[in-house]
Design a protein around this ligand. Structure first.
Ligand code: NAG
Ligand code: NAG
Ligand code: NAG
Ligand code: NAG
Length: 530
């Protein structure tokens, strides 16, 4: 067995050294046992005693461990994925092998060569080990060690772009590490320094490196992350003017900055700033001919969500303004990549619904009207869905308490016509839809016959559609008098709702059967454990 696998190995290493061990065709556990045995054999040999064959084999073993033999590798899987499963163990085997090669070299064996490639495998296994901050730190130490050795004349270990890119990636994946983006940024600046001072001509950062750092800022929760991302763009621009063509800021880079703003906690400033950036991009792309800065849907979507999330009292109109801008650009440019979609309309309707203005509901409805018109004109991407309609209902039902009787009646009429319009799009109301209609009854209609009638109708429809959950029951209590409530509930208590009434509830609703089923099985498990 052992001899046979060695042959397979030797033959296949000639063409594809890195993949040879992985694709040796052996069952996983045999393959790993064999790797372990070989690794131990190499590591246990006294320094200076490694044969030529073993010296050749060590880097190959290292690269086999770096691929993590515990996980199945398929060609379709991107090699950038993390393999935390046994990741640390694999990284430690790689460390041992590298150390062994270095010791061997020190003992005077010229056959022991740890090349840049070998070091990169080690950095790679750390960056994918799932060990977060510790892994990134180790990866960075390795690249620093490589650069030091290279500076002292060891040409074999000159760190290259790949070495640094892998460390940057390790930092970008060091989730929970507070200063990870700062570290990534610092490393990138070091690359620039090394390159500019002539200490390493291979490490001029490329667009990939910039994007890793920007992404790291965009994903971080640092209060100053959006500003740092902006500074990064300015830094890139400077590098571009100094001759690094890859550093030219493009839409991709700007989209990261916008992402950082759109998730910023400093909400109002963030949305204003995001919109300024969008306008800046529009200006540069139109007036200055910078085509690679043309905003796309992702750009607009970040700015719209920044407004939708902001607590600005005019957030609905602001978000709507950005959406209208997109509609205009899309019409003028006829660029299919600028086709607005349902998600954006829903975000804007929702932003209106949350606004305290007395006109919020008419504005929300106007957005839905635009959406419907575009859909009828052939834009299938923006087909209204149940959320589009329900958000309009929500905006009607949320009309401020200080509105006049007439305004309330108008809001209720909009809610009614919007509700009945849903069926024309083959959309079934859900539990939130019914909840919103009952809320509209309680908040917009005066007590009296009409309110009783409408409340009864909507509750019965909710029963028939199986949407009676927490939301509908609570809203019913507000909308109906206690006598009407009792009558409609027909002596049924909240915790004994008929299956018919609850059949279309989401599993997360307290009254749904699925919720109860999960809960019972959870309970059973717990009592078994006792
Ligand atoms: C917008 O452009 C970026 C690249 O700049 C791309 O990654 C993204 O997928 C684009 N968004 C859409 C929705 O096409
Ligand atoms: C009750 O409301 C329905 C529509 O919701 C309407 O058709 C019906 O005429 C109303 N009945 C009364 C007595 O108001
Ligand atoms: C509800 O229960 C009461 C007594 O428990 C009974 O008199 C009444 O008829 C019941 N109503 C309905 C609608 O079932
Ligand atoms: C089960 O129901 C109880 C209340 O009766 C709730 O507190 C708990 O979170 C539920 N558990 C699960 C797994 O849904």
């Amino acid at each position: 067995m052992k001899i046979k696998t060695s042959i397979i190995l030797i033959v296949s290493t000639i063409t594809q050294p890195a993949l040879a061990y992985v694709t040796s065709g052996l069952p996983g556990h045999v393959h790993r046992a064999w790797l372990k045995q070989m690794t131990i054999e190499v590591c246990d040999t006294a320094p200076g005693q490694l044969s030529q064959e073993m010296c050749n084999k060590a880097p190959q073993l290292l690269s086999a461990w770096a691929q993590n033999p515990y996980v199945p590798h398929t060609k379709s899987k991107a090699c950038s994925e993390t393999y935390p499963h046994h990741g640390k163990e694999c990284a430690i085997f790689c460390e041992k092998l590298l150390k062994r090669l270095i010791d061997e070299r020190r003992a005077g064996n010229p056959n022991a060569i740890a090349s840049t490639q070998t070091y990169n495998s080690l950095i790679d296994v750390w960056s994918r080990s799932g060990e977060k901050g510790a892994a990134a730190q180790r990866a960075e130490d390795i690249v620093i060690g490589m650069q030091d050795a290279y500076s002292l004349g060891e040409k074999d270990v000159q760190p290259d772009l790949e070495s640094f890119r892998l460390v940057l990636k390790a930092w970008s994946q060091a989730h929970g590490e507070e200063y990870a983006p700062h570290r990534a940024q610092r490393l990138l600046e070091w690359m620039v320094n090394l390159h500019q001072s002539g200490q390493n001509d291979l490490v001029e950062p490329d667009s990939d490196c910039f994007n890793i750092v920007l992404n790291s800022w965009a994903n971080s929760n640092h209060i100053d992350a959006p500003r740092k991302a902006e500074n990064m763009i300015m830094y890139m621009d400077k590098l571009y003017n100094n001759g690094n063509a890859d550093a030219k800021p493009n839409r991709d880079n700007f989209n990261y900055v916008l992402k950082a703003w759109s998730k910023s906690e400093n909400l109002i400033d963030a949305a204003t700033r995001a919109e300024d950036i969008l306008n800046f991009m529009l200006f540069l792309s139109k007036q200055e001919g910078e085509d690679d800065l043309t905003p796309n849907i992702t750009t607009y979507s970040s700015v719209i969500s920044a407004w939708a999330r902001s607590k600005h009292q005019d957030s609905g109109r602001k978000a709507d303004g950005v959406l209208k801008k997109l509609e205009r650009e899309s019409k003028v440019s006829r660029d299919p990549e600028l086709t607005s979609n349902t998600i954006l309309y829903n975000l804007v309707i929702d932003a209106h619904a949350k606004s305290p203005s007395n006109k919020a509901h008419t504005r929300a409805r106007a957005v839905l009207d635009r959406q419907i018109r575009l859909y009828k004109d052939g834009n299938n991407e923006c087909k209204p869905d149940v959320y589009s309609f329900t958000s309009v209902l929500s905006s009607c039902a949320s009309l401020t308490g200080t509105a006049s009787k007439k305004e309330k009646q108008q809001a209720f009429d909009i809610a009614m016509s919007t509700f009945y319009e849903m069926s024309r799009f083959n959309l079934a109301p859900n539990h939130v839809t019914y909840g919103m209609m009952l809320k509209a009854c309680s908040r917009l209609l005066p007590l009296g016959r009409e309110r009783r009638n409408v409340t009864r109708n909507f509750f019965r429809m909710a029963c028939k559609d199986g949407c009676v959950g927490e939301m509908v029951l609570n809203r019913l209590e507000d909308a109906a008098s206690s006598a009407q409530y009792k009558g409609l509930m027909k002596n049924i208590t909240k915790d004994q709702l008929p299956e018919e009434w609850t059949k279309n509830l989401p599993a997360s609703d307290f009254h749904s059967r699925k919720y109860k089923k999960n809960n019972n099985s959870a309970k059973r498990k717990m009592s078994k454990q006792k």
